[in-house]
Design a protein around this ligand. Structure first.
Ligand SMILES: [Fe+2]
Length: 227
């Protein structure tokens, strides 16, 4: 580092002596603060891929979740799928939330309906499955966190889904069927997750969804709460 700074100063000194003091002053400031701010400096230079965005500005769901997944949010065994040529549609997109339009009365007041894998974006629909000998954990989203998309203070509320196809005692998450009444139809792809909204969220707000698939890890995206 010292050699680099010296070379930098020498270069500027060669260009014009009048500018020498400026890089020296900058170097001094940088050097004196490095011992106390090295961690923040390095985190600013290299953003933590596991960090959650507060607002959707510039957010790209597929790229973000691929990077976050490769950094540990998605299990090793599913990395090949998310990084494959069809990973956007059949692995990452399949796990991103969307808000279905349902018949009046299906969604209780204060709850947000969510499904995974928006067909309007060409994503595969996410199936759901109860535990089997082959997949003892089962395959569904066991927690979903909702937070108003704001850089300010907000309440993040987590809903639990500890069983599927029916909610378990103590769960505050609920299920509904996108059509008909059987959430197990078509490999559970018509399952709608009903998630309680935080108290500071109203219709029309954008919210961050941070959710966990039992077998495929965590996913993050933003959706708008319908009127
Ligand atoms: Fe999954």
């Amino acid at each position: 580092m010292n050699t680099t700074r010296r070379d930098f100063v020498t270069l500027l000194a060669g260009a014009t002596g009048a500018l020498v003091l400026l890089p020296v002053a900058c170097t001094t400031t940088s050097s004196s603060s490095s011992s106390t701010s090295s961690s923040s400096s390095s985190s600013a230079a290299t953003p933590d891929p596991l960090a959650l965005p507060l607002v959707p500005d510039g957010f790209e769901a597929l790229a973000f979740n691929r990077a976050r997944g490769n950094a540990g949010a998605i299990p090793d065994g599913y990395r090949g799928a998310i990084n494959a040529a069809d990973g956007d549609q059949n692995a990452l997109g399949k796990h991103l939330p969307w808000v279905p339009s349902l018949a009046a009365g299906v969604v209780p007041a204060g709850m947000l309906p969510l499904m995974w894998g928006d067909p309007a974006k060409g994503y595969a629909a996410h199936p759901n499955a109860a535990p089997t000998p082959e997949v003892p954990s089962g395959h569904w989203y066991d927690w979903i966190r909702v937070r108003k998309a704001t850089a300010g203070d907000a309440v993040e509320r987590e809903a639990r889904f500890s069983a599927w196809p029916a909610s378990a005692v103590g769960d505050d998450g609920r299920y509904a069927a996108a059509s008909g009444s059987d959430v197990t139809a078509d490999k559970g792809k018509g399952t709608v997750y009903l998630v309680p909204l935080p108290p500071d969220v109203k219709a029309g707000d954008v919210v961050r969804i941070h959710a966990h698939c039992l077998t495929h890890g965590e996913y993050v995206d933003f959706v708008t709460v319908p009127a």
